[in-house]
Design a protein around this ligand. Structure first.
Ligand SMILES: [Zn+2]
Ligand SMILES: [Zn+2]
Length: 364
């Protein structure tokens, strides 16, 4: 790790990178008087507001099919999200293999879109101040560059995080109450009130009896909701009359609204945003775990952005490799794998991805 480097201009940086040839390049989101000195003497001036949305923090059902971990201590192997502590020995060190999976990245993209909506509608940032990038691996980076926010301290950033994640939300303070009659927030209310109303609508629209039960509702209430679903949804469009079905009281609605709020919150990595000295991957550099590029995605193109096409750099040539172990995956228009100890001649980008994932060796 080479740290505390500073460059006067892009040429200086480029020639340094050409000389060193690092697998990954990061820069500081902070602004310093003297970035080349040691940490305490740099003279912190401020930092951009950074958000990281990583599939590692989103529980997707497919993670069990492509991710696995091995305890560095007792060598127990597990599938899916890496646990905090090893279930075998309690240690916290693991060798992980995660995969840049299409479904996982689609979920990360959805979270990114929600985050942008909150930043623009609730925080009133301008879309042109928000830069969104695909990280090159399993997620998206969102960066707000604006003079006034640079000097926000950690506490202030924590407040922003809490708002986005919906920590400490109490539906009572967003209009859900039963006196004198049962009322709740309406779909186009500003801020979290409207988000709770819209999230509740979405939850009702799609919820199965099992999901309603999981929200903490008794069977009788679940039956009522299923029976009157259409009526309930229709009533939402007409305003704040939440008490249209007699059986469902304010307690039931509170449980449902809490689920709705969860749907509307964005799953950001909370540690990244509160860190005022954060290092982030340099834009237009390659990711050492994939050989794909960290690439900026214009805000109005994010819906159609396809990382497995748009972030592929090496578009020519083929390479013969021996693949030890890889799940089935797509790159560009074609699918590859699953592989288990076999020789394959693959397009350069595919071979590089496998090599970077330490799942293959070059045939010499
Ligand atoms: Zn262990
Ligand atoms: Zn996945």
């Amino acid at each position: 790790m080479l740290r505390h480097k500073a460059f006067r201009n892009v040429d200086g940086l480029t020639s340094f990178l050409e000389k060193v040839g690092p697998s990954d390049v990061f820069y500081s989101s902070a602004y310093y008087e003297d970035p080349e000195r040691e940490m305490e003497k740099k003279g912190w001036l401020g930092a951009d507001l950074i958000f990281d949305i990583d599939a590692d923090h989103i529980p997707t059902p497919c993670t069990k099919t492509h991710d696995r971990w091995i305890c560095a201590n007792c060598r127990i192997i597990g599938r899916g999200l890496t646990p905090q502590n090893c279930p075998g020995c309690g240690e916290r060190k693991f060798d992980e293999r995660t995969w840049p999976c299409e479904k996982c990245l689609e979920s990360a993209k959805k979270e990114t879109i929600k985050l942008m909506d909150i930043l623009i509608r609730d925080f009133a940032f301008f879309p042109e101040e928000i830069r969104v990038s695909f990280s090159g691996h399993r997620g998206y980076h969102v960066q707000v560059e604006r003079e006034e926010i640079r000097t926000l301290n950690q506490m202030a950033r924590k407040e922003i995080v809490d708002y986005i994640v919906g920590i400490g939300l109490d539906t009572r303070f967003h209009g859900l109450r039963d006196a004198p009659v049962l009322t709740g927030p309406i779909l186009d209310d500003p801020g979290w009130s409207g988000r709770i109303a819209r999230g509740t609508y979405d939850f009702l629209l799609k919820a199965t009896p099992e999901e309603l039960k999981k929200a903490g509702l008794k069977k009788k209430r679940v039956d009522t909701i299923i029976k009157y679903k259409e009526k309930l949804l229709e009533s939402r469009k007409e305003g704040g009359r939440w008490g249209i079905v007699k059986d469902l009281g304010v307690d039931s609605w509170r449980r449902i609204a809490e689920r709705g709020a969860k749907i509307q919150s964005a799953r950001i990595d909370t540690v990244v945003t509160t860190d005022i000295h954060r290092l982030i991957r340099l834009g237009n550099s390659l990711h050492g775990k994939t050989a794909m590029i960290k690439i900026e995605v214009p805000a109005n193109e994010i819906e159609d952005f396809d990382p497995f096409t748009d972030a592929v750099v090496f578009k020519e040539g083929k390479e013969e490799v021996i693949v030890s172990d890889a799940p089935r995956f797509r790159l560009g228009d074609a699918f590859y794998g699953p592989y288990k100890g076999e020789k394959a001649e693959l397009p350069t980008a595919v071979a590089l991805l496998l090599l970077c994932k330490k799942a293959a060796k070059v045939v010499r």
